[in-house]
Design a protein around this ligand. Structure first.
Ligand code: ADP
Length: 672
């Protein structure tokens, strides 16, 4: 076994690898970019070396620099995590030449699976079932269309170099074919500098079921059951669970053996995942093989009781697999969700910012949190906006989901938008609980999953936000009084006392809504002997409570409720069983400027680059017209007109980098 390894990655996966390495007494060298100098993986490692500026291509993807660090620090092996250099065959080659072990498969296996079409040709020979389609070299658009016409629509266009759902387009009918092909090729060219396409029959209600395989250097291979990753958005996984609901032993064996055949066909070594589409009739088709440890590997660990990183280290150091196929056992049910900095109500726009407040559920035998950030850390524009993976286990699916629902309530983040509320809705969804899974799940249940939570539902959270603000002011005044040594001054009291005024005052909050305008709330506060009478949006509520740091114990009309509250610059987040509710406190002493102007400009929602400008100066547009396409955090975002009007000026061109908040174009709205 190694005694020192280098981890060529960051974030949660770097931390996760370090945890197992330390358990085995292996020392860890971290590499980091300038943006990550204070990152968690750097703090956890035994040594850490800066390898360059923030952008991944200047740091985490610098093969020679990273190899040099491995050699200088005496690391015997490199764990690539996932992403970055994990499926980069030239890097594996360089490691070999430098005499450093790459903890992963041989370069040849990565190469074999690097192209989706080449992979399909190999799988065909190994008798692994494939989705019907065309994966040939001739890329003549007319030929691609001919195959699609013959197969019948819908078809799926896929970039052969693709990954992460990029460069993929569903084509529903022949007349959409050409524009879909252009779009998929453009995305593939931008993403992978290769726009070779394959065409597949598009299955309309498949499940995504993947098999974890493991091979050692002595010719042994096993499969460690399956994961169901059917709940996806934009073809990216949102929830992963193991075992797959409804999986029979017979089907598991058939898929497992096909997966092992796939791995053996390319001389695989280490941890790999063979992804299949499972059709309604129980047929399954090879999609691709991921030649690395997957993001969702923890669910497999929790049901099999194995540590897959430990297996990776053992296999890479030449040891045989620790167990045989017959010894693989499945116990209970595990589920993982990916907690992201993003706004589900705004087309999952990635968010960035500082984790001003972060509380995670307690970890125990049921709950596991894999993360690479702590309170106060930044989620920056440079890397994937995943904050953590939350994984739970229990004896059966129902209990696991119940536990996940609770754990999500206990995952409290303020300072940026996250998807925790969306995830909780998903996990609590009846159809999800009934395991009615297919890859269209989110689209199908959109109405339930995205229902805005504002308006009347927010009366209690609003009362809590008000109560919090009042109790906090009280605490602050008391602290001030103690400091001033004049505890009797009316200026330090907190009884609603105002010079020449009744003991009443008005607190104003705004709350973001799914509509264009934020909701404005006005709460009139009357001081009672004990507590307050709050008049909120017309309701009257008698409120009292205590505040201990972030823990608010509130009594609302005699009903006691607990919540946690985070506050930053008047931005109050109330975490309840129903989810997190955010309010912006309008300080009474601040002027409330109205920034509404005639027309105005359209701004970039975040840092990124301009992909396309779809309008020209002088052009009249209607509300909702797509005007500019931006790319940020690896995804495209379309900026649309917020009203009917005329574009007067455009400030950027395709290829330009823009900062979040920058004006993209000037726009004159028509009078209503
Ligand atoms: P990527 O490498 O970009 O992740 P994949 O080939 O793994 O792309 O496919 C990602 C997802 O797209 C799958 O999990 C599935 O939901 C969907 N998908 C892929 N191929 C098909 C198909 N032929 N029919 C229906 N859905 C598909």
């Amino acid at each position: 076994m190694f005694n020192k390894i280098l981890i060529a990655n960051r974030g949660e996966i770097a931390c996760r690898v370090i945890r197992t390495a330390h358990k085995l007494g292996i020392r860890c060298v971290a590499v980091y970019s300038e943006a990550d100098a204070n990152a968690m993986h750097v703090a956890m490692a035994d040594e850490a070396v800066c390898v360059g500026p923030a952008a991944s291509k200047d740091s985490y993807l610098k093969m020679d620099t990273i190899l040099q660090v491995a050699q200088e620090t005496g690391a015997q092996a490199i764990h690539p995590g996932y992403g970055f250099l994990s499926e980069n065959a030239p890097f594996v080659q360089k490691c070999q030449e430098a005499g450093v072990v790459f903890i992963g498969p041989p370069a040849s296996a990565i190469e074999a699976m690097g192209s989706k079409s080449a992979a399909k040709r190999i799988m065909e020979e190994a008798k692994v079932p494939l989705v019907p389609g065309y994966h040939g070299e001739d890329q003549d658009p007319a030929l691609l269309k001919k195959h699609s016409d013959e197969m019948g629509y819908p078809v799926l266009l896929k970039a052969t170099a693709g990954g992460g759902g990029k460069g993929m387009r569903v084509v529903w009918s022949a007349d959409e074919f050409t524009s879909a092909l252009d779009a998929a090729k453009r995305e593939a060219m931008n993403g992978f500098a290769d726009d070779t396409m394959l065409v597949e029959k598009y299955l309309t209600k498949p499940r995504h079921v993947e098999i974890q395989v493991f091979c050692d250097q002595h010719g042994n291979s096993v499969y460690l059951a399956e994961r169901d990753c059917s709940v996806q958005r934009r073809h990216q996984k949102v929830v992963e669970e193991a075992p797959a609901p409804g999986m029979s032993d017979v089907l598991r064996k058939a898929m497992g053996e096909a997966a092992v055949r796939a791995a053996e066909a390319i001389g695989y070594v280490g941890a790999g995942t063979v992804e299949f589409l499972l059709d309604e009739d129980g047929s399954f088709y090879f999609m691709e093989m991921n030649t690395r440890l997957q993001v969702e590997h923890p669910v497999t660990e929790l049901i099999t009781g194995q540590d897959l990183v430990e297996w990776q280290l053992a296999v890479a150091s030449g040891q045989p697999l620790p167990i045989t196929q017959d010894e693989v056992q499945i116990n209970g049910h595990a589920v993982e969700v990916r907690i992201y900095a993003e706004d589900p109500d705004n087309d999952f726009l990635p968010a960035t910012g500082k984790l001003e407040y972060l509380r995670t559920p307690e970890e125990n035998r049921y709950v596991r949190v894999d993360t690479g950030v702590r309170e106060g850390d930044e989620v920056s524009i440079y890397y994937d906006p995943m904050i953590a993976k939350l994984i739970v286990w229990d004896e059966n699916r129902d209990r696991a989901m119940q536990r996940m629902s609770q754990a999500l309530t206990e995952y409290r983040i303020a300072g940026m938008k996250t998807n925790t509320h969306f995830l909780k809705r998903l996990i609590d969804n009846k159809a999800f609980r009934d395991a009615e899974l297919d890859t269209g799940f989110i689209e199908k249940h959109e109405a339930d999953l995205f229902e805005a939570h504002g308006g009347s539902q927010s009366a209690n959270p609003l009362a809590m936000a008000t109560l919090y603000t009042l109790l906090k002011q009280k605490q602050d005044r008391q602290a001030q009084a103690v400091r001033s040594h004049d505890e009797t001054s009316p200026w330090h009291q907190f009884s609603g006392w105002r010079l020449n005024e009744e003991p009443t005052h008005v607190v104003r909050f705004t709350q973001e809504s799914s509509g264009d305008e934020p909701i404005e709330h006005e709460v009139t506060v009357n001081w009672l002997d004990r507590g307050f009478r709050l008049t909120l949006d017309g309701h009257i509520m008698i409120a009292d409570g205590t505040l201990n740091d972030d823990r608010l114990q509130a009594s609302l009309n005699g009903h006691s409720r607990n919540a946690f509250v985070a506050e930053l610059n008047g931005h109050v987040t109330v975490f309840t069983d129903q989810g997190a509710f955010e309010f912006q406190w309008q300080r009474p002493d601040l002027d409330n400027h109205d920034f509404e102007e005639e027309g105005g400009s359209l701004t970039a929602p975040m840092n990124g680059s301009i992909v396309a400008v779809l309008v020209e100066p002088g052009q009249k547009v209607t509300k909702g017209t797509a005007m500019v396409i931006m790319e940020a955090m690896k995804m495209e975002h379309t900026i649309t007109a917020s009203a009917d009007g005329t574009v007067t000026e455009i400030f950027f061109q395709p290829g330009d980098l823009v900062e979040g908040g920058a004006d993209l174009l000037a726009f004159e709205a028509e009078e209503a």
